[in-house]
Design a protein around this ligand. Structure first.
Ligand code: SF4
Ligand code: SF4
Length: 289
């Protein structure tokens, strides 16, 4: 089983549209949306949930006002300024600011503070018209997305092995943060989706540096290449010097957006279009490798 992770240096490069197109072309695979901070693959895949699981996130402290003596020590020592005086008197923890470090819990002289893991995050096993998909939903202001990425990937791998699948296709997060690192580690191949803008180029370079640290082969797709042919040319020669294979260029076309609006991949929406044909060729190149 080959695990392919599709990443982008920044959001909005068309990564999810491309993942959905690969899903419409590939055979015998499991799909995972591991962009857990901003998942959107479900908008195209319309998954039907068959299993819902709770992911226990970071701890959040709370103060038992009945026991608290208002000494103010926890407020003074909380380096995240998560503890505040209430207008009616007494102290409270702002759950959106609490980092769950548990310092306050340890130093409270009367043990008035406890902390619990948040249980506001979920991961799912679902069925789609193309097969099994694993995905997740994080609660408002929840953290630990890197850990949730790891949980979704681990279970997607389990599912892929159970089904004897040839591929696990991950729609990864944008950027080079904790979630991106959790997506890359242990993948067999990374496909970087980028677009020709100065910031797109810069972000692609940063992501390539990150992936190279893990010694994972990278392939690149330049999306909307014709919006700036000059930067596309610069990117192409950069990838060449880095020994990175450019597996395809996609021109700007509103059909890519219209397909998503219609909850379809471009391969389903316009199967005879040049874009659909070129994405099919890309998948053949990737799967042959
Ligand atoms: S340290 Fe404990 S007793 Fe003191 S204000 Fe905080 S919760 Fe209350
Ligand atoms: S757990 Fe840490 S971050 Fe949260 S309120 Fe206590 S000291 Fe502050």
């Amino acid at each position: 089983m080959i695990e392919i992770t599709i990443l982008s240096g920044k959001g909005g490069t068309g990564k999810t549209g491309l993942t959905a197109a690969f899903a419409a072309i590939a055979n015998n695979f499991v799909l995972a949306d591991i962009d857990v901070d901003a998942p959107d693959l479900h908008l195209i895949m319309q998954p039907k949930c068959i299993e819902r699981n709770v992911f226990h996130g970071a701890r959040i402290a709370s103060i038992n006002t009945g026991t608290c003596t208002n000494c103010g020590l926890c407020k003074k020592e909380c380096r995240f300024n998560a503890i505040h005086y209430k207008s009616e008197g007494g102290l409270e923890v702002n759950p959106f600011e609490c980092e769950g470090c548990r310092l306050c819990e340890r130093i409270c002289p009367v043990q008035a503070i406890t902390s619990e893991h948040s249980s506001n995050n979920y991961w799912f096993i679902s069925e789609t018209r193309f097969g099994t998909m694993l995905h997740a939903k994080m609660g408002l202001a929840e953290e630990n997305s890197g850990k949730l990425v790891t949980v979704v990937r681990k279970n997607a791998k389990k599912e892929a092995f159970r089904q004897n699948a040839d591929f696990l296709i991950n729609d990864g997060p944008p950027g080079v943060g904790c979630a991106a690192i959790a997506s890359v580690t242990g993948s067999d191949q990374v496909i970087l989706v980028t677009e020709p803008s100065k910031s797109g180029f810069h972000d692609a370079v940063r992501l390539i540096e990150l992936v190279n640290k893990f010694k994972i082969p990278i392939h690149v797709v330049i999306n909307k290449w014709d919006i700036n042919p000059e930067i596309t040319k610069q990117m192409e020669s950069f990838f060449l010097t880095q020994g990175i294979q450019l597996i395809g260029k996609i021109p700007f076309n509103e059909d890519m957006v219209n397909a998503i609006v219609n909850q379809k991949s471009i391969v389903e929406y316009k199967p005879e279009s040049e874009i659909a044909k070129s994405i099919k060729k890309m998948w053949i190149r990737i799967s042959n490798q």
